[in-house]
Design a protein around this ligand. Structure first.
Ligand SMILES: [Zn+2]
Ligand SMILES: [Zn+2]
Length: 156
């Protein structure tokens, strides 16, 4: 696992170099933070983690680096509607994984399903397509929301 992460990080650095973008110390702190976690993160979380490594990392640099991360294909953006965007660093290792997301607190759980993969392949084949990727996002109520009617984890 650690090596796959390391590889993704290395690929991203190569991506920057290919696009003639400099790997500054600030950017390095952001890259380390983004690829060291298996958690899905928000831009603000990434900013906090990066600042722990390098206090000089600015919000602007994080917001400028995020489109590069997603543009490289190594981090994926999960759109939750509204303003909330969550970034997922786990696609390099599990390109087909799906998500269950709580509609209140945005808690995210990942799952992989052979059945879903097979289904996508069958449907594609019938329509003369070849599968390249697929995303499935199930929105639901987390345990806490179901039990308590609120999510203690909910921010804002
Ligand atoms: Zn994920
Ligand atoms: Zn919840």
């Amino acid at each position: 696992m650690a090596s796959a992460r390391h590889l993704a990080k290395q690929k991203f650095v190569e991506f920057l170099q290919r696009n003639r973008l400099r790997v500054t110390a600030q950017r390095r702190a952001i890259i380390e933070s983004a690829f060291e976690t298996e958690e899905h993160f928000t831009a603000e979380q990434l900013l906090q983690w990066s600042r722990r490594r390098d206090k000089t990392v600015s919000r602007a640099t994080v917001y400028r680096t995020l489109p590069l991360l997603t543009g490289s294909g190594l981090v994926r953006e999960i759109d939750l509607g509204g303003d909330s965007k969550i970034y997922d660093p786990n696609y390099a290792q599990h390109p087909h994984h799906s998500h269950i997301i709580c509609r209140e607190c945005n808690a995210i759980f990942e799952f992989d399903s052979k059945e879903i993969k097979k289904l996508a392949q069958e449907i594609c084949r019938k329509m003369g397509f070849a599968v390249m990727s697929h995303r499935l996002q199930v929105v639901g109520s987390c345990n806490q929301l179901k039990r308590l009617g609120i999510c203690p984890r909910k921010k804002l």
